[in-house]
Design a binder for this molecule. Structure first.
Ligand code: FAD
Ligand code: NAP
Length: 335
C-alpha cells in the first residue's frame, strides 16, 4: 500500500475538477482496506472512498485519506440450468462487467449499459436506467465498516434500496467500503423495452436479445449524453422530482405537454423537461453550463465545486420560481 501525499484528483473525477487529496492510496484487497483503516485511525485522518468519480462534485482540497478499491475479479458462486449467482469485486468497471455478464448469457443488466463508474458504487445510489435498477439483480453487498474495520454482508433487504438511494447513501453514509457485490442472474432472455426509445426501436427492429438491447442502449446513450472525457460532466445533475397529484394537476393546466409518470406517492416529472422549457439549454453560469442538448447535464469548463454549486442553485431557484418544484441534486459533494 503506497500512500501519496497531495495527490491530484483531476483525472479521477468526470467533472474534471482540479481537486487534490491530502493523502491517496489504491487498495487491492480486504486486508489492504483494514490496513488503510488502521493507518487513518493512527494518524487521525478521515477516510473517504472514491470509485470512478462519476457521481461526485469534488471540493478543491480533500483532507484525510482518499482510497480507491481496485480489485476487479469475478467468480461464479453457484449455478443451475436457469440461473447463476456471481460475486464481483468492487473495482470492476461497471460497463465492462455488464458486457462480461452478457457474454456469459447472464441476463438482466443490459438496460444499465454504458453507465460510468465501478461495480462497488452501483449499490450506493442503486443505479438505474430505462426501467431497470441494479437492485433488481443484487442479492448481497459485502464490505468493511470504516468505523470499526469489521467486515459486513448485507442482504438485498438490508441495503434499503429506493429510487437512486440505499442504506449506503443514507444511514451508513460515509461509513462503509464496499468490496464486492453478489448478483443473481437469469439465463432466460427476458428483455425490458418499456421505456422510450427502446420500445419504438423494438417495434421497428423486432424484439432484441439482451446483447442486442445493450447495443441499443449504448447507441441511444452515445447519441444523447456528452462523453465526460470530451465535456466534463456527472450525468444527470438533478433527480427527477416526484410531485403530489394536486401539484401535477396544477402544472398540467399550464403545460399540457408536460410528460408524467405516475408513482405510488405522486407523479414523476422529468427535471430535464422543466429546465429545458425555461430556455436554459446551453446557458452558462461562469465556467459551468447547461448542456446544449441535455438540460439535465451540467458541463464543467475548468470550474470548481463552488462554481458548480452556484450554477446548480441558480437552476434550482429558476425551476422553483416558475413551477414551484424543488429539485434535488444527484451527485454528492466529496470533501
Ligand atoms: P463515485 O462517483 O466515485 O462515488 C459515488 C459515491 O459512492 C461516493 O459517495 C463514494 O464515496 C461512494 N463509493 C464509491 N465506491 C464505493 C465503494 N466501493 N464503497 C462504498 N462507497 C463507494 N447513474 C445512474 O444511476 N444511471 C445512469 O444512467 C447514469 N448515467 C450517467 C451518465 C454519465 C455520463 C455520468 C457521468 C454519470 C452517470 N450516472 C448514472 C452516475 C454515475 O455513473 C453512477 O452513480 C455510478 O454508479 C458512480 O460510480 P463511481 O464509481 O464513479 O462512483
Ligand atoms: P428520458 O428517456 O428523456 O426520460 C426522462 C425521465 O422520465 C427519465 O429520467 C425517466 O425517469 C422518466 N421516464 C421516461 N420513461 C419512463 C417510463 N416509461 N416510466 C417511468 N418513467 C419514465 O431520460 P434520459 O435522460 O434520456 O435517460 C434515459 C435513462 O437513463 C433514464 O432512465 C435515466 O434515469 C437514465 N440516466 C441517468 C443518468 C444519471 O446520471 N442518473 C444519466 C443519464 C441517463 P427515471 O429516472 O426513473 O428513469
Amino acid at each position: 500500500m503506497k500512500i501519496n501525499n497531495n495527490h491530484p484528483l483531476k483525472e479521477l473525477n468526470t467533472l474534471s475538477i482540479a481537486s487534490e487529496a491530502e493523502y491517496f492510496t489504491e487498495l487491492e484487497s480486504v486486508d489492504d482496506v483494514k490496513n488503510a483503516i488502521e493507518f487513518a485511525k493512527n494518524n487521525n485522518l478521515d477516510l473517504k472512498v472514491l470509485g470512478g468519480g462519476s457521481n461526485v462534485v469534488m471540493s478543491d482540497h480533500i483532507s484525510g485519506l482518499v482510497v480507491k478499491y481496485t480489485a476487479n475479479q469475478c467468480c461464479v458462486l453457484s449455478e443451475d440450468e436457469s440461473s447463476v449467482r456471481v460475486k464481483v469485486d468492487a473495482g470492476y468497471d461497471w460497463h465492462q462487467f455488464v458486457l462480461y455478464s452478457l457474454l456469459n448469457n447472464w441476463n438482466g443488466l443490459e438496460n444499465l449499459s454504458l453507465i460510468p463508474g465501478t461495480v462497488g458504487a452501483a449499490p450506493v445510489q442503486n443505479i438505474g436506467a430505462y426501467g431497470v435498477e441494479v437492485k433488481d439483480l443484487i442479492c448481497q453487498v459485502n464490505g468493511v465498516y470504516l468505523t470499526t474495520g469489521v467486515e459486513f454482508s448485507l442482504s438485498l433487504k438490508e441495503c434499503e434500496f429506493e429510487y437512486r438511494e440505499s442504506v449506503f447513501k443514507q444511514r451508513l453514509n460515509g461509513q462503509t467500503l464496499i468490496t464486492s457485490v453478489e448478483f443473481h442472474f437469469s439465463k432466460n432472455a427476458l428483455v425490458n423495452t418499456k421505456y422510450a426509445p427502446l420500445n419504438t426501436m423494438a417495434a421497428e427492429r423486432g424484439e432484441p436479445t439482451p446483447k442486442l438491447l445493450s447495443d441499443w442502449v449504448v447507441e441511444v446513450r452515445s447519441s444523447k449524453l456528452p462523453d465526460p472525457k470530451v465535456l466534463p460532466n456527472a450525468g444527470s445533475f438533478f433527480k427527477n422530482p416526484v410531485i403530489s397529484n394536486a401539484d401535477y394537476e396544477r402544472l398540467k393546466e399550464r403545460y399540457p405537454n408536460l410528460p408524467s409518470y405516475p408513482q405510488p406517492d405522486g407523479v414523476k416529472v422529468p427535471a430535464g423537461w422543466l429546465i429545458d422549457k425555461l430556455g436554459l439549454k446551453g446557458k452558462s453560469y461562469g465556467p459551468v453550463s447547461v448542456h446544449k442538448n441535455q438540460a439535465l447535464v451540467l458541463i464543467n469548463h475548468n470550474g470548481t465545486a463552488k462554481d458548480i454549486a452556484f450554477a446548480a442553485n441558480e437552476i434550482k431557484r429558476e425551476v422553483k420560481a416558475c413551477y414551484g418544484v424543488s429539485l434535488e441534486q444527484e451527485p454528492r459533494l466529496f470533501n
